[in-house]
Design a protein around this ligand. Sequence first.
Ligand SMILES: NC(=O)c1ccc[n+]([C@@H]2O[C@H](COP(=O)([O-])OP(=O)(O)OC[C@H]3O[C@@H](n4cnc5c(N)ncnc54)[C@H](O)[C@@H]3O)[C@@H](O)[C@H]2O)c1
Ligand SMILES: CC(C)[C@H](N)C(=O)O
Length: 334
Amino acid sequence: MGRRTDGLRLWHYPDWRDGLTDALRLSAAMTSKFAVAGLPSGGGKAVVALPEGRELDTDRRRDVLRDVADVIASLSGAYATGPDVGTSPADMAVIGKTTPHVFCKPADLGGSGDSSPHTAQGALAALRAVSRRLCGTSSLGGRSFAVIGLGRVGAGLARLLAAEGAILTVTDIDPDKQKISDELGAVWRSPDETLAADVDIVVPAALGSMLTSRTAADLRCRAVVGPANNQLATPDVADLLHQRDIIWVPDYVASAGGVINAISTELHRVSADEARARVRAIEDTVDDLLDTAQRCGQTPAQAASELARRRLNGTSGPTGTNHGAVAVPGSVAR
Ligand SMILES: NC(=O)c1ccc[n+]([C@@H]2O[C@H](COP(=O)([O-])OP(=O)(O)OC[C@H]3O[C@@H](n4cnc5c(N)ncnc54)[C@H](O)[C@@H]3O)[C@@H](O)[C@H]2O)c1
Ligand SMILES: CC(C)[C@H](N)C(=O)O
């Protein structure tokens, strides 16, 4: 069995089976993410499905993480985890006490630390490629962006965009995040208004399935490019966006900066500079994909999926079409 890698999501779901569905969709996307990034791993995802409204106190959270660590340890290296929505390097440190199969522990414990700044840099690189396509320059100053989700990745990316002189509309379901909006001089709107904002590029940086046939019809932007995993509710939304002349860069391409940095530094042992260069190369990957799509009369989604398929078929060993999901039902957290 090939090795599968990727993050641990700790989030609320109406039913633990919704968490399982999320884990399966995310793990499939991770397989494509690793393939397009040229990384030698299958995709995986672990989800802790918390019942709606249930918050974990410190002790309960540690117990849940230990349960997750036991499951990962039982897989004997077939799956390694890292952070995702709802988890952090500190959580990886807890898991790391039970199993070595964990990425992104804090640097003082030998890990590569928080993946989110690298994910944000990777998404910025993807945005540069799309800006060049739309405006003839990779410079982001003066361009308008609508950032949805001001969590670890979204807030970091919004700060990078603000530093380049971009014009920002932002949102989050957490009203406390309006502080970040104020700090950046951004316009704060509701999530629905932000998705339909009249901007150059919408940047999904929250949870998945935001792009449905209905929301795609309401978009007023020229492109959708962001770090959120699984942005499309259903694959056909990519065609709807293409028909509307809206460029959509597949999430598994734009969001690869975090895993590229973690694998490059923790497994390939390259320098921080080399890892940064690999993350920045997402700009070239997106350039190539958009060129291929245009040349072959495809959507960027089709071009990316063909590239992933070619890489998966042409590679033996640890990379394969297999992906795996570990769902830890909410019962552990009840
Ligand atoms: N952390 C990483 O390195 C990394 C890497 C690749 C992809 N991603 C993806 O990027 C996205 C964000 O990850 P993160 O690590 O920043 O998570 P996070 O938990 O730190 O942030 C998510 C943010 O989205 C907000 N949010 C949730 N639902 C929303 C909605 N409907 N509308 C607006 N805001 C909403 C939350 O309140 C939170 O502030 C996720 O899809 C994740 O899978 C993260
Ligand atoms: C960094 C990685 C572990 C991240 N959760 C991703 O989805 O790519």
